[in-house]
Design a binder for this molecule. Structure first.
Ligand code: 2RA
Length: 351
């Protein structure tokens, strides 16, 4: 039978992308129920070409639901995913609430789909968008060469900080672009944008900001620790050494990452290119002589992880240098959640 799906957070930024994804992927669902806060209840949204009325989040909305996706803040997931699971649904959670819980698998179907069944709490977690923008490609290389170290620098889009991040960037760009005196003030964009920093600790227009998330131990940001801890869990590699620096850049959507990856054996750039080209969910765009490499402007709105600038490190034959891009709202959030849910759906379809 086709399982029943609930989409919790259907009216949010990721929820909106989710409805689009559910409308365009092969349909594996019977009923799709849309759920949001009481404020949005009664709204009508289109999914699979049909209008569906949004229901207010309450325990009863999970009755008869087989799979419940959560695209909501951590504290909402923390409270409601266990309620959905107690009512018999498998909860697929896109928040940070359960990612490092040892009883909750952290799944990227191209890398560790087998972990989906390992869910004693009835909850499966979706990784953070920054990890997701690189891990499908790194997973493919790990299978062939066994990765030992990752040095990661991220170039993260404003939409990672939600609609407020997008709006702030647009407002700041408008102000900064209108102020042609910037040059004479040696690029002092702060004077042009004023105090309206939105969710960012410094101006983002015409600037880069080495910060995302909150301050954690030893000066690392929460975002940097997510890249480390989630990569270890997804790859099943607790000894993986990861050094991450996460940086926000004035891009609306699509995270990019420069990665220096070291492996347990010697690597070959041409072979790595072939391996990545044949990996599911990865596209190689790597012809710098002709100006071919992925950029957020080209990658936005697409599903795969794009990889370019693939080089064997000059100073270490066991290392590769890569540049990766992934749409942080699609594979980075809604798409991966939908893919996990589809793996679970097969349990109902195949009986
Ligand atoms: C960011 N990774 O880009 C976060 C969003 N979850 O800020």
């Amino acid at each position: 039978r086709l399982p029943t799906l609930a989409v919790v957070g259907a009216t949010g930024a990721v929820g909106t992308v989710m409805l689009d994804i559910l409308s365009t992927r092969e349909n594996v669902w019977g009923e799709i129920r849309l759920v949001a806060s009481a404020r949005s209840a009664g709204k009508r949204l289109t999914v699979r070409g049909e209008e569906v009325e949004v229901q207010a989040l309450a325990p009863e909305v999970f009755d008869g639901v087989d799979v419940a996706m959560f695209d909501v803040p951590d504290e909402v997931s923390k409270e409601w995913a266990p309620i959905a699971a107690a009512r018999g649904a498998v909860a697929v959670d896109n928040s940070g609430a359960f990612r490092m819980d040892p009883d909750v698998p952290l799944v990227v179907p191209e890398v560790n789909a087998d972990q989906v069944r390992n869910r004693p709490r009835g909850i499966i977690s979706n990784p953070n968008c920054t990890t997701l923008s690189m891990i499908v490609a790194i997973g493919a290389l790990h299978r062939a060469y066994r990765v030992t170290d990752l040095v990661v620098s991220s170039y993260q889009a404003a939409s990672g900080a939600g609609q407020e991040g997008i709006d702030t960037l647009h407002d700041q760009i408008g102000k900064a672009a209108a102020d042609r005196t910037l040059g004479s003030r040696a690029g002092d964009v702060r004077a042009a944008v004023g105090g309206e920093l939105g969710p960012f600790p410094a101006p983002l227009a015409m600037n880069v900001v080495p910060w995302a998330g909150s301050l954690k131990e030893d000066g690392y940001s929460s975002e940097e620790l997510k890249v480390r801890n989630e990569s270890r869990k997804i790859l099943g590699h607790p000894d993986l050494r990861v050094a991450a620096t996460c940086v926000r850049v004035p891009v609306v959507t699509t995270h990019a990452l420069a990665v220096h990856a070291t492996f347990a054996q010697e690597v070959d750039a041409a072979k790595a290119r072939e391996l990545l080209a044949s990996a599911p969910g990865v596209v190689v765009q790597d012809d710098p002589a002709n100006g071919e490499f992925p950029t957020p402007a080209d990658v936005v709105g697409t599903d795969p992880t794009w990889v370019g600038r693939i080089r064997r490190s000059i100073d270490d034959p066991n290392s590769l240098d890569l540049f990766l891009c992934g749409d942080n709202l699609r594979k980075g959030a809604a798409l991966n959640t939908a893919q996990i849910a589809e793996v679970v759906a097969q349990e109902f379809i195949q009986g």
